[in-house]
Design a protein. Structure first.
Length: 237
């Protein structure tokens, strides 16, 4: 790796994963006792699972939506919002998370590559609207009246949102940071390689080493609520 440490006016691209929201009470799926142990991914996070049992899928996301609504942004979310606000250069914030904690902390804009719990999507006409707190099987689309409303979440086997914008940002990055990510889910796991090829200095901030840690220039270990504010303070001087 040949990336150089950032200067104040650099373009910083940040990818956040479940580890950023974990300390707000939103546990990661891969934690022992996490949601995937109770709800197999094939049943609740694939188009096939939705087609087989839409009521189960809607109940699962109703539960997640209610849980996320009770959560509050933590010090890591607030630090990243501060970086977006005060960094003299450009800060592109990309998240794999479907909660709204970055926005609640003041970040704007936020690129939600895996969708958002707050959104609903028609599987028939692709119309999008704000999701109610609880969605039901057979929920009707307000645009086409088809009973095929689903959570506006990117499921396994589907293409993440905003990929053209994300790849464009990564190709112009001078500093790339992956925070709270496992490095196991593509295409996000490959973002570090795109940024590195563009000459970016690449930093991993995580509780434990990710599957792609060897692709980073720098690794910072510890809870996000401690490591992210310290990292941001260092950038802002």
């Amino acid at each position: 790796m040949t990336g150089q440490p950032p200067s104040p006016a650099d373009h910083i691209v940040i990818l956040t994963g479940a580890g950023v929201s974990a300390e707000s009470g939103l546990g990661t799926f891969r934690d022992k006792g996490g949601l995937w142990e109770e709800y197999p991914v094939e049943q609740v996070a694939t188009p096939e699972g939705f087609a087989a049992d839409p009521a189960l899928v809607q109940r699962f996301y109703n539960m997640r939506r209610a849980h996320a609504a009770e959560a509050q942004p933590n010090d890591a979310h607030h630090a990243l919002a501060l970086l977006q606000r005060d960094h003299p250069g450009r800060v592109t914030l990309i998240t794999q998370n479907v909660d709204a904690l970055h926005e609640a902390a003041g970040s704007d804009p936020v690129i939600h590559m895996h969708g958002a719990l707050a959104g609903a999507l028609c599987a028939t006409c692709d119309h999008r609207w704000s999701a109610p707190q609880e969605m039901r099987a057979g929920e009707v689309c307000p645009a086409c009246a088809a009973p095929t409303a689903r959570p506006d979440i990117v499921w396994f086997g589907e293409m993440p949102y905003h990929m053209e914008e994300i790849i464009g940002a990564l190709s112009q990055a001078t500093l790339f940071a992956a925070i709270g990510t496992s490095g196991q889910v593509y295409p996000a796991a490959g973002f570090v390689q795109i940024a590195a090829e563009a000459g970016a200095h690449c930093v991993e901030i995580n509780l434990d080493a990710s599957a792609t840690v060897s692709d980073f220039d720098t690794a910072i270990r510890g809870p996000a609520t401690e490591t992210v504010p310290a990292w941001v303070d260092g950038l802002l001087g």
